[in-house]
Design a protein around this ligand. Structure first.
Ligand SMILES: Cc1ncc(COP(=O)(O)O)c(C=O)c1O
Length: 450
């Protein structure tokens, strides 16, 4: 099917001239680039000029109130005067202990508290990890991204002056992944590879077979695997929510000892505003010496360069009260008193409804399978409309009161698609979404040739 020619429709649900003007002010290029902050700004302006509320799918911000457990622990800590004292850069011992318990109880892996560190959000953890991983061996100065991915990671690598490579995993699922990774990794220039699981933006999840393939090839080529678990526990096809009981969140840590896990507090715990993530390093990597680090650091030990130099000199550690608050959230989760996964299941419920509304109106799910199993419903999904390029579709949908980012901005080769984030869309907005997509479908279905 394709579109023969697209008529410009001015009878759109949101005032055509106002949308056009605002896109013009901020430059449509920013939509193509998936610049979420600018897309949000455009939508804020249109909303305030027209008084119409958008279906906001552009930004991956969590839409759920955090648990009271964390907030109360932060208030108590502040009342107990912690604000006047520097926080330990490697984390309070009570927090490190809960992190270590957490990865044992929810991932079924053993990591000593001394190898568990808090960072100012997972972004800070990835920044420090790229920096040290990319400097540990001179000729290994390149980060490999298994795409599609989270665009800020690529900006960080560029900012650090490191090299980067990537490939869209869509064409290399299952056994195919082995040949592609071998081709990429055996050139000797790759320092570390990163993927997110579940994946932002597509919500694909690697199978155990795929994790094993990644670990085997990474081990053979002395490559650090950085596993971004920002959406830990949120593959709702399985129930990962019970501490100490299978099934456990799948992880590369089951297969190798040269890894960094980044577990953001932002999504699984809805704690984005307080900026905390867990950086978990395998014992082997943590204690390894790399002489090339001495060109940049005073220590050649990996975790010393990472924490006591990079993290210390970028953020000087996570704020005191946040360490207290987050450790209480983890303690409650670890003790089975707080089911953090239940709090975020609503994302999956909304995705299921929204995917149906999109597909009933001529859209197609772009990334739809994990092996032979349909992908989970979760925080993100990807859609396309026949005949539209993704950036054109993202722009066009603004006239229909729906905001998104094009998949091309995430390293995806499926350039026809857009990413939809469900978090800010309210269940009461679903009829509105249906109505607007129905108008869109009405405007463009005539052009589709079967
Ligand atoms: C895959 C991925 N990694 C990391 C992050 C950033 O997490 P944090 O808020 O902890 O910095 C996000 C946020 O959207 C994400 O989607």
């Amino acid at each position: 099917m394709n579109i023969m020619g697209k008529e410009i429709r001015k009878d759109t649900p949101i005032n055509f001239e106002i949308v056009k003007k605002n896109i013009g002010i901020y430059d449509a290029k920013n939509i193509s680039l998936g610049n979420t902050r600018i897309v949000s700004k455009i939508v804020d302006n249109i909303e305030s000029e027209t008084g119409e509320k958008f279906i906001r799918m552009e930004m991956g911000v969590p839409g759920i109130s955090p648990s009271e457990i964390g907030i109360n622990a932060e208030i108590n800590a502040l009342k107990n005067n912690v604000a006047g004292i520097y926080p330990p850069v490697d984390g309070h011992s009570f927090l490190k202990k809960e992190m270590s318990r957490f990865v044992k109880l929810f991932l079924n892996i053993e990591v000593k508290p001394e190898n568990c560190f808090p960072t100012v959000g997972s972004i800070n953890g990835s920044y420090a990890s790229f920096m040290v991983a990319g400097r540990r061996i001179k000729e290994k100065n390149t980060i490999l991204f298994i795409d599609p991915g989270f665009p800020p990671h690529k900006k960080i690598v560029r900012m650090l002056g490191l090299q980067q490579e990537s490939f869209d995993v869509n064409n290399y699922r299952g056994k195919e992944l082995k040949d592609k990774l071998t081709e990429k990794l055996n050139k000797g220039n790759i320092a570390a590879l990163l993927y997110s699981n579940p994946n932002n933006p597509t919500w694909i999840c690697f199978t155990d077979e795929e994790l094993k393939i990644i670990s085997d090839i990474a081990r053979e080529n002395n490559i650090i695997v950085i596993e971004d678990l920002a959406y830990l526990g949120m593959d709702f096809r399985k129930d990962y929510s019970h501490p100490g009981q299978p099934p456990y969140q799948p992880t590369i840590a089951n297969y190798m000892d040269n890894y960094i896990l980044l577990i953001s507090g932002s999504k699984a715990f809805s704690y984005a505003g307080q900026r905390i993530g867990m950086l978990i390093i395998s014992e082997n990597l943590s204690k390894s010496h790399f002489k090339d680090l001495l060109d940049y650091y005073t220590s050649d030990i990996f975790s010393n360069a990472l924490i006591y130099e990079t993290i210390f000199l970028t953020t000087a550690g996570v704020a005191q009260s946040v360490q207290y608050g987050f450790s209480e959230i983890l303690r409650a989760a670890n003790d089975g008193k707080y089911n953090f996964v239940d709090d975020v299941r609503v994302y999956g419920e909304k995705a299921e409804i929204m995917k149906k509304i999109f597909t009933d109106n001529g859209f197609k799910i772009v990334y739809d399978m994990d092996g032979d199993v349909p992908i989970a419903d979760g925080f993100y999904f990807t859609v396309s409309f026949p005949g539209f390029h993704g950036d054109e579709l993202s722009e066009k949908l603004l006239y229909y009161g729906i905001s998104s980012i094009p998949l091309s901005s995430t390293g995806s080769l499926r350039t026809e698609g857009i990413r939809a984030c469900v978090s800010l869309v309210q269940k009461v907005q679903m009829p509105q979404l249906e109505k607007r997509l129905n108008v869109f479908y009405g405007h463009y279905k005539e052009n589709i040739i079967e």
